[in-house]
Design a protein around this ligand. Structure first.
Ligand SMILES: NC(=O)c1ccc[n+]([C@@H]2O[C@H](COP(=O)([O-])OP(=O)(O)OC[C@H]3O[C@@H](n4cnc5c(N)ncnc54)[C@H](OP(=O)(O)O)[C@@H]3O)[C@@H](O)[C@H]2O)c1
Length: 240
């Protein structure tokens, strides 16, 4: 029975993936700030779910993660689904800095602890939801786009380092397009919106097939391939 830690299991894709993994018989250690929602998740399989409140921006987040791993009896798979983001065309400083803190610092803190744990143990699998927003700089959401690019490159760096150190650690970078979760709630209508339940099934499939990078869905894979090919002068003048 696989032991899986999910950071960001209180809503959205993290919660949907948690439900699918429970249905597969996994044992879960679930974390986020909203403990009531985690407790509701635990009710689905009380003897197979451990709950831990963790704020990834807090310094005690890594010791809380270690304590959750201990209560689960170890960790085989680390699934990182935490994050914040929204459009910030006015560049409100609080939001820009909080995004860097959560998606940059928090991500580095938690992924690093999982990496060190798997390095000590000799094997493991790290999966993180990043985004297609890291493909190129997106004007409407600068800190979000920049932190997602950071996450993409950070995972790529760790993967190279793990190979160089001959560590048996696998990495899967999940890059969805727009998904209908709390993160996108508000008045703005997003195009090509995906259902979180459907995205979660594709995430679980990417985990099983041990993909390195998975863009969800195929339409966003085509779109980002096109974005990459656009010359800088053209990208600079795009109206998003
Ligand atoms: N929705 C999209 O269109 C989309 C597209 C591509 C990528 N993504 C990425 O997918 C990931 C999951 O987002 P979602 O769309 O599923 O949205 P969501 O429903 O808002 O889920 C975000 C999760 O992150 C957790 N979280 C936020 N800040 C945290 C903190 N400081 N400490 C611990 N946990 C924290 C939240 O839990 P608490 O609030 O309970 O702490 C929640 O469980 C994010 O990284 C997001 O950037 C989303």
């Amino acid at each position: 029975m696989k032991r899986v830690i999910i950071i960001g299991a209180s809503s959205g894709m993290g919660m949907e993936v948690a439900k699918l993994l429970l249905a597969e018989g996994c044992r879960l250690g679930v974390a986020a700030r909203r403990e009531d929602r985690l407790q509701a998740l635990k009710q689905l399989a009380p003897d197979r779910v451990e709950v831990q409140a963790i704020d990834v921006t807090a310094e005690d987040a890594t010791s809380r993660l270690r304590s959750l791993i201990d209560r689960l009896g170890g960790m085989d798979l680390f699934f990182y689904a935490s994050g914040i983001g929204k459009q910030n065309r006015t560049l409100t400083p609080d939001f820009e800095l909080n995004t860097v803190n959560t998606n940059g610092m928090g991500f580095t803190r938690m992924i690093g602890e999982a990496y060190r744990y798997f390095a000590e143990r000799g094997e493991g699998h790290i999966v993180a939801i990043t985004s297609i927003a890291g493909t190129k700089g997106l004007g409407p959401a600068p800190s979000y786009s920049a932190t997602k690019a950071f996450q993409n490159v950070y995972l790529q760096s760790l993967e190279q380092q793990a190979n160089a150190r001959k560590l048996n650690i696998r990495f899967t970078d999940i890059r969805p397009g727009f998904v209908d979760t709390d993160l996108l709630s508000g008045d703005f209508r997003y195009p090509m919106m995906l259902k979180p339940e459907k995205v979660a099934r594709q995430i679980v499939s990417a985990i099983h097939s041990r993909r390195h990078v998975k863009v969800i869905d195929w339409r966003y894979a085509l779109l980002t391939a096109l974005w990459r090919r656009l010359p800088r002068p053209l990208w600079r003048h795009l109206k998003l």
